[in-house]
Design a protein around this ligand. Structure first.
Ligand SMILES: NC(=O)CC[C@H](N)C(=O)O
Length: 196
């Protein structure tokens, strides 16, 4: 059975686990780097990217997360998780994981509006997806191999580059599991390829 991990250092872990289970796969909270070996794909949840980065360093996850990516297994970064995945972060000299060819800007929907909902069209996923944004980043620039999946008010809020999927919002906070299901499919396809 396909098994997907959710990095459980901080942030919205339980809701992602429930969403994955609703999609019919086994889901595990990853608290130790050794546990990465058990899973076929990984979700980096929303939360606070600077805190998550601190915990990645504290629990010595960095090399193992990069090795996970090098093995070709899919990774899905949501909100703070997208910031962790990005190769460039506006205002920072260094990225965190630096895996996905996008530039992101943190807290980029204005300070007055901490959170809001928007109906999005997401390519290959849904025509009408209610997305919850919480102090969300957006993708300022996407590399040539990045497929833009969704925009909100002209700003890129979901994208895919091969094994990497990222979104600005929190897909785990509603009962709509279609974006999680899209990631599950990515993981199943990658797993299939490795078996052949
Ligand atoms: N909901 C979220 O994940 C917010 C992300 C947070 N603003 C950050 O920069 O890490």
């Amino acid at each position: 059975m396909t098994k997907i991990g959710v990095l459980a250092l901080q942030g919205a872990v339980r809701e992602h686990i429930q969403s994955l289970e609703a999609c019919g796969v086994e889901a595990v909270a990853i608290k130790r780097k050794e546990e990465l070996q058990e899973v076929d794909g990984l979700i980096l949840p929303g939360g606070e990217s600077t805190t998550m980065r601190r915990l990645i360093d504290k629990y010595d996850f960095m090399d193992d997360l990069k090795a996970f990516a090098s093995s070709g297994k899919p990774m899905f970064g949501t909100c703070a998780g997208l910031i962790l995945l990005a190769k460039n972060i506006v205002g920072y000299d260094e990225p965190h994981l630096g895996l996905m060819d996008v530039t992101v800007e943190r807290n980029s929907f204005g300070r007055q509006v901490d959170s809001f909902e928007a109906d999005l069209a997401i390519n290959g996923v849904a025509d009408n997806f209610t997305a919850v944004f919480i102090r969300a980043p957006h993708i300022v620039e996407a590399g040539e191999n990045v497929e833009v999946l969704s925009k909100h008010n002209g700003r890129i809020v979901a994208a895919r580059e091969g094994q990497f999927l990222g979104c600005s919002f929190h897909p785990e906070l509603t009962e709509d599991h279609r974006l999680t299901a899209y990631f599950v499919k990515m993981v199943e396809e990658a797993k299939q390829k490795q078996l052949v």
